[in-house]
Write a protein that binds this ligand. Structure first.
Ligand SMILES: [Fe+2]
Length: 146
């Protein structure tokens, strides 16, 4: 159970970092494709943000506390921070790579949740992986046109 708790905190912190990066790109994207990319990053950050509270509550339900500070997030996250203002294509590429990392960490938690018979949690994680597959598709498709 401790493994599940640990893995879920890593996935939660990574999800929060991913959400923040998508929001960062929504705010700071520039260029000829501004409108489309502002909207695409907007859709992604809103969707991911909508999972944050249910995710946190699932973590509480497996008997542990939720990491919820920038310091804890930076200790746990698998998503590297972006502090520079980068080109639109780089934003798409970076978010696509991060998206693949998110799916990977979610899968680790999913396997743990299944192992410990936490089927409600694994069901939630399966839905999150599905949502991120959709984000991956949209990011990839946008890169092709870029
Ligand atoms: Fe906005």
């Amino acid at each position: 159970m401790e493994e599940l708790q640990k893995a879920s905190k890593v996935a939660f912190a990574s999800t929060f970092s991913y959400y923040l990066k998508a929001h960062n790109f929504h705010w700071n994207v520039e260029g000829i494709h501004f409108v489309e990319l502002h909207d695409l990053f907007g859709k992604i950050y809103e969707e991911v943000y909508s999972s944050i509270d249910p995710f946190a509550e699932k973590i509480r339900a497996i008997g542990t506390y939720v990491p919820a500070s920038f310091q804890r997030f930076s200790m746990l996250t698998q998503i590297e921070d972006e502090t520079a203002i980068i080109a639109p294509e780089q934003m798409l590429q970076e978010l696509l790579e991060d998206n693949m990392k998110i799916i990977k960490v979610l899968k680790l938690v999913y396997d743990q949740a299944e192992k410990f018979g936490e089927h409600g949690f694994s069901n939630f994680l399966a839905e999150r992986m599905d949502a991120h597959r959709k984000h991956g598709w949209m990011l990839k498709a946008s890169l092709k046109n870029g």
